[in-house]
Design a protein around this ligand. Structure first.
Ligand SMILES: Nc1nc2c(ncn2[C@@H]2O[C@H](COP(=O)(O)OP(=O)(O)OP(=O)(O)O)[C@@H](O)[C@H]2O)c(=O)[nH]1
Ligand SMILES: [Mg+2]
Length: 269
């Protein structure tokens, strides 16, 4: 069984459509039909997120809801991983916006069925398709963020796509240790999975920007960099991130040249 975690904070507008499309997709899929259950983690929403999630429960796609009082996407996903059904063989998560086209689920499950341990959606591969309408500020920030994340999980093109599936035993072990509570948690998740010896398989996804993003560059941007720096520090201390990650040349990818990010995964600076 595949347990799909959907972290949700005030998602009354976007969640019903995502669950409807997921139910339709699963029912039509030879790989997924009868094998998927959803766990919506209601992250202290002030709207009717939990109610609309419960209303979507069906035999074709069972939907459970658990609550997470700690704010942050990382905290919500961790809660979901730890509350996953005991008979789940694979635990994954996707965002409530439904931005990643669902055929990625079939591809990822086939890879996991064939023995993969971690499969993640990627907007950074040659075959990825993205239709984004992000601001220039957010694009620049994302490039700088990728350069920093690459020092913690070298070789991963896109750490931030809200679409990741892990073998259930690995997901539970990693979640038990996960500390990052905000948007940068994916980087800690991947670094810890690698430290468990898992290989990360990136699959190209078709990704469409859905209005109503809960990520606000002004509010969450700086927090994400700070959180990355903390992950790098914890990674060195507890041995789950490389001690000497390759130095990524920041200047060419950060157009505002003078920006020197305080993140040091390898201790060179
Ligand atoms: N902002 C925020 N989102 C949360 C929180 N807890 C859970 N989430 C969920 O985390 C997911 C974040 O996805 P999006 O809002 O699409 O943001 P994003 O994918 O990082 O950014 P986009 O590229 O703009 O889509 C959504 O499902 C949110 O509902 C929280 O405390 N704050
Ligand atoms: Mg999103």
């Amino acid at each position: 069984m595949l347990q799909v975690i959907i972290p949700a904070y005030n998602e009354v507008a976007r969640l019903p459509r995502t669950l409807r499309e997921l139910r339709r997709h699963v029912a039509r899929s030879a790989t997924l039909a009868g094998r998927v259950e959803v766990l919506v983690v209601d992250n202290a929403s002030t709207d009717a997120t939990a109610e609309v999630a419960r209303a979507a429960d069906s035999a074709a796609l069972p939907v459970r809801v658990v609550a997470c009082a700690t704010p942050g996407k990382g905290a919500a996903v961790r809660t979901g991983f730890l509350a996953a059904a005991p008979d789940a063989e694979v635990i994954g998560f996707m965002d409530a916006d439904g931005a990643t086209r669902l055929d990625a689920l079939d591809r990822a499950m086939r890879l996991l069925d064939a023995g993969a341990e971690v499969v993640i959606g990627s907007r950074g591969l040659a075959d990825s398709e993205t239709e984004a309408r992000h601001s220039r500020l957010r694009d620049h920030g994302a490039r700088a963020y990728r350069a920093c994340a690459a020092r913690i999980v070298p070789g991963v093109a896109d750490t931030q796509c809200g679409f990741k599936l892990l073998r259930a035993d690995l997901a539970r072990s990693v979640a038990a240790d996960l500390r990052a509570e905000g948007f940068a948690f994916d980087v800690e998740l991947l670094a810890r999975a690698r430290a468990h010896g898992a290989r990360i398989v990136e699959v190209p996804v078709w990704w469409v920007d859905v209005p109503g993003s809960t990520f606000d560059p002004a509010r969450h941007g700086l927090d994400s960099f700070t959180e990355l720096a903390r992950i790098a520090w914890r990674g060195r201390r507890h041995g789950f991130a490389p001690a000497a990650a390759p130095v990524v040349p920041l200047r060419p990818v950060v157009p505002f040249g003078a920006v020197e990010l305080p993140l040091v995964a390898g201790g060179e600076r």
